[in-house]
Design a protein around this ligand. Sequence first.
Ligand code: BMA
Length: 365
Amino acid sequence: MKNLILIFSLIAGLSACSSQTVPSDSKATPETVNLYRNLLKLQEQGMMFGHQDDLAYGIGWVYEESRSDIKDVVGDYPAVYGWELGHLELGHDYSLDSVHFDRIQGWIETVYERGGVNTISWHLRNPLTGGSSWDTSSKEVVKSILPEGEKHELYKTYLDKMAEFLNGLKTDDGTFIPVIFRPFHEHTGSWFWWGKDLCTVEEYTALWRFTVDYFQNEKGIHHVLYAYSTDRFTSTKEYLERYPGDDIVDLLGFDLYDRGLDYLSTMKKCAEILTTLANEKGKIAAITEAGGPIAQNHEWWTGVLETLRPFGMSYFLVWRNPHQPAGHGAFAPYKGSLDSENFTEFYNDPKTLFQKEITRINIYK
Ligand code: BMA
């Protein structure tokens, strides 16, 4: 159990939070406004730990009630939970990672009731070719789904399905559950059909603006914070090249996977640029996806912790622990994993925040 004094100081800090800061959506629900304000304040005090699909499956298990690989290791859940909605747009019952959407809705509610944070990613299919998100065979895809484009109506059906899912995120008393939505991510790379070599700056930003406008003004969705998240970058200019605007973005993030020796130095540089920018703009800052060779490097977690310690970062989310043997390796610890001890050190450090701390703080109030 972590230090109670830390928790009290976090609560005191949050109640002193400025009432002036508001999310980009002027019609955001009260719980969404509170989430935004509290995350802004909280990032000055600690960094939440996040894990993709944490409650759905882990190494050696699928759909076990209340189970989490993180809980198996440290006795506590993450504070942030990532969920993937790829294939929702096709009307399927389950995602490209074989997770049922109705279950995801249930977990999002469970997390909300615990006072945790939910974030949604979307590896949506390529609407022009019918291929996957990774189908980069055409440079016309983004253009084709903008207004006037040949696949615009099809894209709207994708958004309709997403809107239905988002509107289904409600508690029993009808309160909408706020989520952080992170569309068209890693666009500074060119491995998705919305990547930088596959569309112009104007097309990319128009896609963002159309999407947010459609959700807010056609579908009346006001319980979403929007996250802009690049891959690695080297300057503010590069980071902002395709930024769709302060008026529709609430969180500035980046994804960074460990691809070798420069990992921590790259993370430091990106974190420096990102947190400076987020501070100037009054936005939330986060590392929205990460992962590394934790099976080989048993000091990976404390390396990340010391690198990020100086920065006001809201959260650090690691990607999934795939249950299918064909997937990539685990990005989070699991029962018996060799990095467990190092992760426990990461967990015990006052800088990191997990579910127990977040529950006491109540970020939705
Ligand atoms: C990728 C991998 C894939 C997965 C996709 C969407 O990074 O984990 O296996 O399908 O994310 O979650």
